[in-house]
Ligand binder design. Sequence first.
Ligand SMILES: [Zn+2]
Ligand SMILES: [Zn+2]
Length: 67
Amino acid sequence: MLRMRCANDNHGRAVVTVRFCCTCGAVVNGAIRAKGCSELGHARMRRDRIVYCFDCGERVARAATGR
Ligand SMILES: [Zn+2]
Ligand SMILES: [Zn+2]
């Protein structure tokens, strides 16, 4: 498995409480089931500058790449 370069500290934690990393979208804890999300939840995440939903892994931010 390749380790992605990701600034999110989810990857380094011993106990991860979410399935997906909200920064790169990688699965950080496969033991946690993916949840179904509402658009409202994703809109809230978008406001919090979250790129990938940590519940379902879907991309919630539109233009995350590029500086
Ligand atoms: Zn990550
Ligand atoms: Zn979601």
